[in-house]
Design a protein around this ligand. Structure first.
Ligand code: ZN
Length: 183
């Protein structure tokens, strides 16, 4: 079994106190665990994929424009990695097993070459971390399931601005997608 770590949308806009679509305190409560998870995966030479939401300012064609305030706009601080996750990324980014990939939909698989990169490396298990549990993590998990990957979700490394949604998604990962949800 070969694993890759996905770190999804841990951006300034999603995690900082004044981020434009912040998940608030829960986002920052996972910061330390997430850093440790990234460090141990990278130290073990496992592929680490930083998957980052990308939007253009005032894009009238993007479906999220009608649903959410503007966030993760190209070229702004808002779509940079946040806090200590940014620092660990800076330390490891030049290693051959570390990737930073733009995404434009909730799922890390939608419109990206993630699936190809995983298959080239014989990865059969994705470890999903980051933000937010019941939107981008959930949509990525559903796509991973449909593509035949095994899924692990460390519960201490995902968070949401919606506590009910967070709880629902963790149950869904386990009960409907067969994921291993580690506490
Ligand atoms: Zn978005």
């Amino acid at each position: 079994m070969s694993e890759a770590l996905l770190v999804i949308d841990y951006s300034y806009d999603f995690a900082a106190p004044d981020g434009r679509l912040t998940a608030g305190i829960p986002a920052r409560e996972i910061e330390e665990e997430l850093v440790q998870k990234i460090k141990s995966a990278s130290d073990a030479n496992k592929p680490v994929f930083f998957m980052m939401d990308l939007h253009q300012e005032g894009d009238p064609h993007h479906p999220e424009s009608a649903l959410f305030p503007p966030h993760n706009i190209a070229g702004t601080r808002g779509r940079e990695l946040y806090g200590r996750v940014k620092r660990i990324y800076e330390e490891i980014k030049d290693l051959g097993h570390v990737f930073f990939i733009d995404k434009t939909r909730y799922s890390a698989f939608a419109g990206t070459n993630l699936d190809q990169l995983l298959r080239e490396r014989n990865i059969d298990t994705v470890v999903l971390t980051g933000l937010v549990t019941d939107i981008c993590i959930l949509h990525t998990a559903v796509d991973a399931y449909n593509k035949g990957y095994k899924i692990k979700v460390p519960a201490s490394c995902v968070a949401s601005f919606n506590p009910e949604g967070h709880t629902f998604a963790l149950e869904h990962f386990k009960n409907s997608l067969g994921a291993t949800v580690e506490r």
